[in-house]
Design a protein around this ligand. Structure first.
Ligand code: F6P
Length: 341
């Protein structure tokens, strides 16, 4: 078989580990051939490829990013996009695709599978918000990077008696904020699932200073104030219709300082959370996903995605990946509120 591999959407530490595992087992155990598609769905749409074999995937296990490149190209928004992909796969002699991505990339994979393309999905996102899998690789690395930053911010916050606000990623789901805030000993954690009350946030801050300790506020980029309490700016949209986020840290910096009188500064971790080497946990999970994805392709599966359930890797319908977003349940958030203030 000739198998195409692509990585789509925001990059994520562990993508290279998936590619390496699938290629290694696919070539050496099953005797398949591989072809890399560049930059997500742009590759099969515009026929942009690169060689992919055991040689080209050597040494990439600990490397962040993706050797294939990524993009947020959406072929479903391009006239005749699905037909063009099918024609390109035929002309290249590609029998099956492994699509590694999040909600958007796997949404396209689902549409292609319905159109008759043989495709197996691998879930990725640092946000950990895909419904069908317990964890996605990249999340553990992002949380560790955020915790390292929070640990450092504690000491400088103390020295200057400041409020330090850390903005982390998390568009619709606050998993990174929740886990990094909990592990980093934050005094307030704000997530998209639970609109916040700025008066309550300021009360926590005052309380923290009363115990002679400087507060750290961890906020997910998608966090929202309760309706009508604060103004937020709208951002641009990408090809999948997502608004470009960022800026809640700055808004909080201004509001908290104005309301409490304490000097407040924000740190936006941004893409630092997605860069660099994956943690050991993410390398193991990504490698297992790659091994199971190539098994699924070899066994003639299509329209499925590999997923983690407990400690097992299972196959689920691709549509399950995109049908439900895994957000933070309110009781999980309420569990950590005892540490606020
Ligand atoms: O989906 C993963 C993610 O890192 C989100 O947390 C974030 O909102 C988004 O990607 C940022 O995307 P981009 O790198 O395209 O700005």
């Amino acid at each position: 078989m000739r198998i195409g591999v692509l990585t789509g959407g925001g990059d994520c530490p562990g993508l290279n580990a998936v590619i390496r595992a699938a290629v290694r087992k696919g070539s050496e155990v099953y005797g398949h051939e591989f072809l890399g598609f560049r930059d997500g769905w742009k590759g099969p749409l515009e026929n942009v490829t690169m060689p992919l074999d055991v040689g080209t995937t050597r040494g990439i296990l600990p490397r962040g990013g993706t050797i294939l490149g990524s993009s947020r190209t959406n072929p479903l928004k391009v006239d005749g996009g699905v037909d063009r992909i099918q024609a390109n796969l035929d002309s290249l002699g590609v029998d099956a695709l492994i699509a590694i991505g999040g909600e958007d990339t796997l949404g396209v994979a689902t549409a292609l599978a319905s159109a008759g393309v043989t495709v197996v999905g691998v879930p990725k996102t640092i946000d950990n918000d895909l419904g069908a899998t317990d964890y996605t690789f990249g999340f553990d690395t992002a949380v560790q990077i955020a915790v390292d930053a929070i640990d450092r911010l504690h000491t400088t916050a103390e020295s200057h008696h400041r409020v330090l606000i850390v903005e982390v990623m998390g568009r619709h789901a606050g998993w990174i904020a929740l886990h990094s805030g909990l592990a980093g000993g934050a005094n307030v954690i704000l997530i998209p699932e639970r609109p916040f009350d700025i008066d309550q946030v300021c009360a926590y801050i005052e309380h923290r200073f009363a115990s002679h300790y400087s507060p750290i506020v961890v906020v997910a980029e998608g966090a929202q104030p309760k309706e009508g309490t604060m103004e937020l700016q709208a951002g641009e949209l990408d090809a999948f219709g997502h608004v470009r986020l960022g800026g809640i840290g700055q808004v909080l910096e201004r509001e908290i300082q104005a309301r409490t009188g304490y000097e407040s500064r924000q740190t936006v971790l941004g893409h630092v959370q997605r860069g660099g080497t994956p943690t050991a946990y993410d390398r193991v999970l990504a490698t297992r996903f790659g091994l199971h994805a190539i098994d699924a392709v070899h066994e003639g599966e299509s329209g499925v995605m590999v997923a983690l359930r407990g400690t097992e890797i299972v196959r689920v319908p691709l549509s399950a990946a995109t049908s439900e977003l895994k957000t933070v349940p309110l009781e999980r958030y309420e569990e950590v509120e005892v540490f606020f203030g």
